[in-house]
Design a binder for this molecule. Structure first.
Ligand SMILES: Cc1cc2nc3c(=O)[nH]c(=O)nc-3n(C[C@H](O)[C@H](O)[C@H](O)COP(=O)(O)OP(=O)(O)OC[C@H]3O[C@@H](n4cnc5c(N)ncnc54)[C@H](O)[C@@H]3O)c2cc1C
Length: 481
C-alpha cells in the first residue's frame, strides 16, 4: 500500500479571503483523500481582517463591512454551508429609503431608481434632487447609441456618456465613494460594475435593460417556491459578520492559526517547495502557499522570487477609509431616521462620505431608545495627514449635527481606521489580473486569494478564494509524490 505523505499548505493573511481559502483547501483535500496540514499566518493578533464586530453597551457595532449583497450568491451559499442560515437577517425594507445631501438639504432618491438608473416615470419627474436639464439628460439614455469598441473606460466617463454629468455628481460619485471609497474618474467600469457594460452591450439603453431585468426578476420570484426564506438586496448576520469568521475558525480548528506573525518573504526552492519567512525569524516549508494578504503586501513577500509578478501586484492601488459609530438617546434625536441613510457627494465638501442609520436599516442592533449612526469619514485632513481616533469621532459628530440636525452629544463613540484596506480597480485592472494569473501559471504551488483581484466585496472574495484554493489543491493531488 502506498501512503501519501502529508502535504503542507500555508495561507498568508487571515481576512475572510484567507480563512475561506484555508477552509476550502481543507474540504477539497478531504474529498480527494489527500492528507494535508494547514497553517494560516496572520500579522494581527486576531483573525477576520476588515471584518470586526464588537459589542458596546448592549449594541452591535460593525467596524468594517456590515452587510453583503444577496444577488451574488457566493456569500449566502457559504453561510448556509457553515450552518449559519438561521442567523441570516434581512434589512428593514419598510424603511428602504436613501437620501442625498445636496446644498444643505436631504433629498430622497426617487422610488424606482436602481443603481443610478430611473425605472419609474412619476417619482423621477417629481424628484427634488435633479434639475430639469439633468432629468432630460438622463432620459436621453433611451435613445443614445451603444459604444461598440469594447475598450475599458472609467466609471465616470461611462456614466457621463449614458446619463450625464448631474447623474455622475449626485449619484455615481457618492455611490462609488460609499462602496469602494473610490474615485469614478479612475475606476474601471468593467471591473467595478460589469453589469452596466453588459446592459449596454445587450440592450443599448440602461433604462430599457433595467426594466427588462426587473420583469425577469419579478417572474423568477413568482416561480420561486413559496415558503423560501425572505431575502433583501443586502443581508447580514444577527450576531454580526464576525460570526462568519468564527464559524470558519471553528471548522478549520483554531490550532491551524498563527497570529501576530508578519510574513516578510515567500521563497521557492529548486526542489519546488516553498519557504515562508516571518519577521519573528520563524519559517514554514510548504508544498502550497496561498497569499491572501493585500496585493501590495503580496508584492513585498514575492519581490525576490517573482519580481515581474510583484511589479504587477504593486501597481494595484489601495485607499484608506474610516468608520465611526455614534450612539444617541432617541429622546434627544430631532427626527425619525426614516431610511437606510445618506450619501454625500464630494462636491458638497463635507468630511463624511456616507451615513448609515444603523438602527433603522438593520434589526436588533441596539436596545430600545438608542439610535446608532455609522459614518464613513474621510480618513485624512486637507493636507493628507491621517486623522487619529479622536479627530475621526469629532468629524463624524460635527457632520451628523450639521446634516441631521442633532445637537445632543452622542452617548458613546467607536472609531475604526482602515489603512490601505480597499483595493481600487482602476481602468486596465482586469488586463492586469490576466497578467498576474499568467505569471502564476509558471509558479506551481503558489496562489493568490482575497478581494484584490476579481471582485472586492465579500461575495466575490468568497468565490475567488474558494476557486483558487480548490484549484491549487487539485493540482497538488495530481502531482506525484
Ligand atoms: C471599512 C470597510 C467597509 C466594507 N464594507 C463592506 C460591505 O459592507 N460589504 C462587503 O461585501 N464588503 C465590504 N468591504 C470589503 C470587504 O471587507 C472585503 O471584501 C473583504 O474583507 C476582503 O477580505 P480579504 O481577506 O481579501 O482582505 P483583508 O480583510 O484586508 O485581509 C487581509 C489580511 O492579511 C493580513 N496581512 C497583511 N499583510 C500581512 C503579512 N505581511 N503577513 C501576515 N498577514 C498579513 C492582514 O492583517 C489582514 O488580516 C468593506 C471594507 C472596508 C475596509
Amino acid at each position: 500500500m502506498v501512503v501519501s505523505e502529508v502535504k503542507r499548505i500555508v495561507v498568508v493573511g487571515a481576512g475572510v479571503g484567507g480563512m475561506v481559502a484555508a477552509w476550502e483547501a481543507q474540504r477539497a483535500a478531504r474529498e480527494l483523500d489527500l492528507p494535508i496540514a494547514i497553517t494560516v499566518l496572520e500579522q494581527r493578533d486576531r483573525v477576520g481582517g476588515s471584518i470586526v464586530t464588537e459589542r458596546v453597551d448592549g449594541c452591535l457595532v460593525e467596524g468594517g463591512p456590515d452587510c453583503f449583497v444577496s444577488e451574488k450568491p457566493w456569500g449566502l451559499q457559504l453561510i448556509r454551508e457553515l450552518g449559519l442560515a438561521d442567523t441570516l437577517s434581512t434589512t428593514n425594507d419598510d424603511r428602504r429609503k436613501t437620501y442625498v445631501y445636496w446644498k444643505g438639504r436631504l433629498h430622497p432618491l426617487p422610488d424606482g431608481l436602481i443603481l443610478l438608473v430611473p425605472t419609474r416615470v412619476m417619482p423621477f419627474i417629481t424628484a427634488t434632487l435633479f434639475s430639469w436639464p439633468g432629468k432630460l439628460r438622463m432620459a436621453l439614455d433611451l435613445v443614445l447609441p451603444r459604444r461598440i469598441d469594447g475598450v475599458d473606460e472609467s466609471l465616470g466617463d461611462f456614466i457621463r456618456r449614458r446619463l450625464g454629468s448631474e447623474a455622475l455628481d449626485k449619484l455615481g460619485e457618492p455611490l462609488v465613494a460609499g462602496i469602494h471609497s473610490g474615485d469614478p474618474e479612475t475606476m474601471s467600469v468593467r471591473a467595478t460594475f460589469p453589469r452596466f457594460v453588459d446592459m449596454e452591450r445587450e440592450d443599448r439603453s440602461l433604462i430599457l435593460a433595467m426594466l427588462k431585468r426587473m420583469r425577469a426578476a419579478r417572474a423568477a420570484r413568482a416561480r420561486a417556491a413559496t415558503g423560501a426564506a425572505k431575502m433583501t438586496m443586502f443581508m447580514t448576520l444577527t450576531g454580526g459578520l464576525s460570526r462568519l469568521v468564527e464559524a470558519l475558525t471553528h471548522d478549520l480548528g483554531p490550532e491551524a492559526l498563527v497570529t501576530s506573525t508578519h510574513v516578510e518573504r515567500v521563497e521557492r526552492a529548486a526542489t519546488g517547495t516553498w519557504t515562508v519567512h516571518a519577521q519573528t525569524g520563524a519559517s514554514w516549508i510548504a508544498d502550497v502557499v496561498i497569499v491572501a494578504a493585500p496585493a501590495y503586501a503580496a508584492a513585498a513577500m514575492l519581490g525576490d522570487t517573482a519580481p515581474a509578478l510583484a511589479d504587477e501586484l504593486k501597481a494595484i492601488p489601495y485607499v484608506s477609509s474610516a468608520t465611526v459609530t455614534l450612539a444617541y438617546d432617541e429622546a434627544t434625536f430631532p427626527r425619525d431616521p426614516d431610511g437606510f441613510g445618506v450619501v454625500i457627494p464630494k462636491a458638497q465638501s463635507r468630511r463624511i462620505k456616507a451615513l448609515t442609520w444603523v438602527t433603522s436599516k438593520f434589526y436588533g442592533r441596539a436596545p430600545e431608545g438608542t439610535i446608532l449612526m455609522r459614518s464613513f469619514v474621510r480618513p485624512n485632513d486637507e493636507s493628507g495627514n491621517p486623522l487619529d481616533e479622536r479627530a475621526l469621532i469629532a468629524a463624524a459628530t460635527e457632520e451628523i449635527a450639521h446634516i441631521v440636525g442633532v445637537t445632543a452629544a452622542p452617548r458613546w463613540a467607536r472609531a475604526f481606521r482602515w489603512d490601505r484596506a480597499m483595493p481600487q480597480y482602476v481602468v486596465g485592472h482586469l488586463a492586469r489580473v490576466d497578467r498576474i494569473e499568467a505569471a502564476l501559471a509558471s509558479l506551481p504551488g503558489l496562489a493568490l486569494a482575497g478581494g484584490a483581484y476579481r471582485g472586492s466585496g465579500i461575495p466575490d472574495t468568497v468565490r475567488h478564494s474558494r476557486e483558487q484554493a480548490r484549484a491549487v489543491v487539485q493540482a497538488l493531488a495530481a502531482t506525484p509524490d
